[in-house]
Design a protein around this ligand. Structure first.
Ligand SMILES: [Zn+2]
Length: 372
């Protein structure tokens, strides 16, 4: 056997053992040997390497089938961490996730956004202080992902379009120069899709409904991307470009102006106060919500006609979505439907808050796991 074949088998054993442990809470050596059909010495030497590299830990004892106690092994889930940051107009939220995509920390900084050096430096310093306050070593951080309302270059380094925050032209180096780890930008809607996809691993159109609307398509576990960063930005499909409502993009009638929370809420309202009034059966609020659901159903239906994959409603609105609203939307979809079909393609997401920050941290984690 050639040396390269030998190395490849050795790496594959190492990788298989790590991934088996990743998908189990804890296992003894003998379990690993049995499940992967490997010899005990092979398992022992690979575990030793994984422990030395900080990827696996000894984790108590397990009782074997013959009653003897054996050392249990687990992945070192908290040994390496991903950082995600969602940047909005008046605040930034940091999410820190471990290698199992479990949220370890969520923290919000009240920090008005500006496309300036001072902003990048202040946010970077606040992030470093937060990490230090929680006894996290900078070398534990795989990378920081920044989720922002803007379209991002394919390499994740430049904001190509950002009218909401006026963030066009920002570069990851604006932040990375103050940080001891790498930084990548992500379109905020992509982050929401990635956060949902972890617990709902399906192809889908992920409609993220927050202050603004964002959409992203996941196919074969990958966000559908293009060099202009524009794939999946269905929020600017226009339903009436001549007389429709004015969108921040400069055109009229975009889905954004009918299905975002901005389009639903009055100036003095929060999402919470709106749904409180809805639950108290406030007639004016009920009427407004009926109109909103009509537009939402039409938008969902149009997207469904274009690509026949699940459509997942996610983002800030998620925590207010009830099974009653799901049934209501499905009934509206049924009335719009040209073809005989059920409406099971419509689903609701499950990440109730800060899905942009959570999703922004996940690619670095997935990349690390895939490369072990
Ligand atoms: Zn628009």
């Amino acid at each position: 056997m050639s040396t390269s074949n030998m190395q490849s088998i050795q790496h594959s054993n190492y990788s298989d053992i790590y991934h088996l442990l990743y998908n189990n809470d804890k296992l003894a050596k003998q379990d690993i040997a049995d499940q992967l059909n490997l010899s005990l010495p092979t398992v022992t030497s690979n575990l030793q390497r994984l422990i030395e590299q900080g990827l696996v830990i000894k984790n108590g004892q397990l009782k074997s089938l013959i009653g003897r106690r054996a050392t249990a092994y687990s992945i070192n889930a908290n040994g390496l961490l991903g950082v995600g940051i969602e940047i909005f107009r008046n605040y930034a939220t940091v999410a820190i996730l471990n290698l199992k995509n479990e949220v370890q920390l969520l923290h919000t900084f009240e920090l008005p956004f500006s496309n300036t050096t001072e902003y990048c430096q202040t946010l970077s310093n606040q992030l470093l202080n937060l990490i230090e306050d929680h006894n996290i070593q900078p070398q534990q951080i795989l990378s920081a992902g920044i989720g922002i309302q803007g379209l991002i270059s394919n390499d994740g380094n430049t904001i190509l379009y950002g009218k909401i925050l006026d963030c066009e032209g920002m570069k990851t180096s604006d932040f990375a120069q103050y940080l001891p780890f790498s930084v990548t930008f992500y379109h905020d809607a992509d982050c929401v899709a990635i956060a949902e996809h972890v617990s709902l691993p399906t192809d889908g159109i992920f409609m993220s409904i927050g202050e603004h609307l964002g959409t992203a398509i996941i196919l074969n576990n990958q966000i559908l991307k293009s060099s202009s960063g524009r794939n999946g930005t269905m929020e600017h499909i226009s339903l009436n470009s001549r007389d429709g409502r004015l969108c921040y993009c400069g055109r009229r009638g975009c889905i954004e102006t009918y299905c975002s929370l901005n389009s639903l809420l009055h100036d003095n309202e929060t999402t919470e106060s709106f749904f409180d009034k809805l639950n108290q059966n406030d007639q004016e609020v009920r009427q407004r919500f009926e109109t909103y659901l009509d537009y939402l159903a039409q938008s969902i239906y149009n997207l469904h006609m274009f690509v026949d994959i699940p459509i997942i409603l996610a983002g800030e609105i998620t925590k207010y979505l009830t099974t009653e609203i799901l049934t209501d939307l499905k009934n509206r979809l049924k009335e719009l439907s040209v073809f005989p079909e059920d409406e099971s393609y419509l689903q609701f997401g499950s990440v109730l808050k800060h899905s942009v920050a959570i999703g922004a941290s996940i690619p670095a984690i997935q990349n690390k796991i895939n490369n072990i």
